[in-house]
Design a protein around this ligand. Structure first.
Ligand code: SAH
Ligand code: SF4
Length: 373
């Protein structure tokens, strides 16, 4: 085991360490407040005080790492709603994190790995290949970074980050909403979160802590390509997250052509795991479907999805294909997407079309890679 990182410890783990080192729990609680409520980012930003004495801090930094990824590049979409951060990790690898602010929601789209091993043909991250898992601390740091950006923007700008249409909605025009905080996290950045299950779940425990970022149970979504053992574990452990499953094909053959991981976790097995998940937890699953013109966007495909999802509490999110360097398919046009929705409506399956946002800065679904704007 390497040295622990402060941001990779839960509040109770931090308190246990403090006690092991001969300090009071209250010191650990004070340090936790500084990290998660005051947003301190470096040892130099942590001056000692009565409840957090210098001796304690010395021991903490002797035992634990504490640093943040540096922001190597920040890009703002012309849509006014999306910002992308290229973050440099300690070993010089880089990841991307996206901040989205629309319809009254603030959401961080976080990465769970450097690259991805799953190889989906239309995904820029998949096209890069896999380098390594992120640690829980590196995941928590992404959320804290976005939370800090939100708080800084809200404090400096009476319009809460500019007079963009959605942000000018009445509830957000109120001065009472100027303290904008991060409210939602989606694991839809780079990587396959259920391939890095332990670190992702540790990060989620930290992010949910009511004395920290306090993200609500309904506010965290984990999106998986269909890692069957991970889905079964989520159900067995009753993890309080929303589950999204990337489907893209409604037969084994069509799915495997787009999602190579489907050769390992077959469609039948995946649907069994989904049924087990919804039955155990009494929750619906969100199914994602990237719409590629002429490939998986016809009425026949929509009927196949309707039949496949029969009996599973489900909602379908359609994502018109975003461009990537390594795949030359085209997105389905809006009329085609509406047709797909209509067919699913006939099966009683709610279905939304994801808005295209952040495409100019390559911050859309599946566009996160390191060679883009
Ligand atoms: N690895 C996870 C989460 C990250 S991708 C997963 O695959 O579910 C988030 C979503 O974006 C997935 O549904 C993925 O299939 C979709 N996606 C990937 N590349 C895309 C692209 N080029 N256009 C549209 N959606 C894409
Ligand atoms: Fe990995 Fe998800 Fe991209 Fe597939 S779509 S390559 S699983 S990040």
């Amino acid at each position: 085991m390497g040295r622990p990182h402060l941001l990779g410890l839960t509040r109770s783990q931090l308190a246990e360490r403090a006690v092991e080192w001969g300090f009071a729990r209250i010191h650990a609680a004070s340090l936790w407040n500084e990290l998660y409520l005051k947003g301190r980012r470096a040892p130099a930003e942590l001056p000692p005080h009565d409840r957090m004495p210098a001796r304690f801090l010395e021991r903490v930094f002797a035992e634990c790492d504490f640093d943040f990824p540096e922001v190597a590049r920040e890009t703002h979409s012309s849509d006014g709603f999306t910002r992308k951060y290229l973050l440099g990790l300690r070993d010089a690898h880089r990841i991307e994190t996206v901040l989205m602010r629309y319809s009254g929601r603030t959401t961080a789209c976080v990465s769970s790995q450097v690259g991805c091993a799953m190889g989906c043909v239309f995904c820029a991250t998949g096209q890069m290949g896999y380098t390594r898992h992120l640690t829980a601390a590196e995941i928590v740091a992404q959320a804290l970074h976005v939370d800090r950006v939100l708080r800084a923007t809200a404090a400096s700008d009476p319009q809460v980050g500019g007079a963009t249409p959605a942000l000018a909605e009445p509830e957000h025009a109120s001065p009472h909403h100027r303290h904008e905080r991060l409210r939602n996290i989606v694991f839809m950045g780079m990587g396959e979160p259920l391939h890095n299950y332990d670190e992702v779940m540790q990060a989620i425990d930290i992010l949910r802590d009511p004395a920290g970022l306090a993200l609500g149970a309904q506010k965290i979504s984990v999106s998986t390509v269909g890692v069957v053992p991970g889905i079964r574990r989520l159900a067995a452990e009753r993890r309080p997250v929303h589950l999204a499953v990337s489907l893209h094909g409604a037969t084994q053959e069509e799915r495997a052509a787009l999602v190579p991981a489907a050769r390992k976790w077959k469609l039948d097995e995946l649907m069994d795991a989904c049924r087990e998940y919804t039955a155990t937890l009494g929750r619906r699953i969100f199914f994602e479907w990237t719409l590629i013109e002429g490939k998986n966007d016809g009425p026949d495909h929509a009927h196949a999805v309707g039949a496949l999802l029969a009996g599973i509490p489900a909602q379908v999110n359609l994502i018109p294909l975003n461009p990537t360097f390594g795949y030359d398919g085209r997105p389905t046009q809006p009329a085609g997407a509406r047709g797909f929705q209509d067919v699913l409506a006939g099966y009683g399956i709610p279905c939304t079309v994801r808005q295209r946002r952040g495409i100019d800065i390559a911050a859309g679904c599946g566009q996160l890679a390191l060679n883009t704007p």
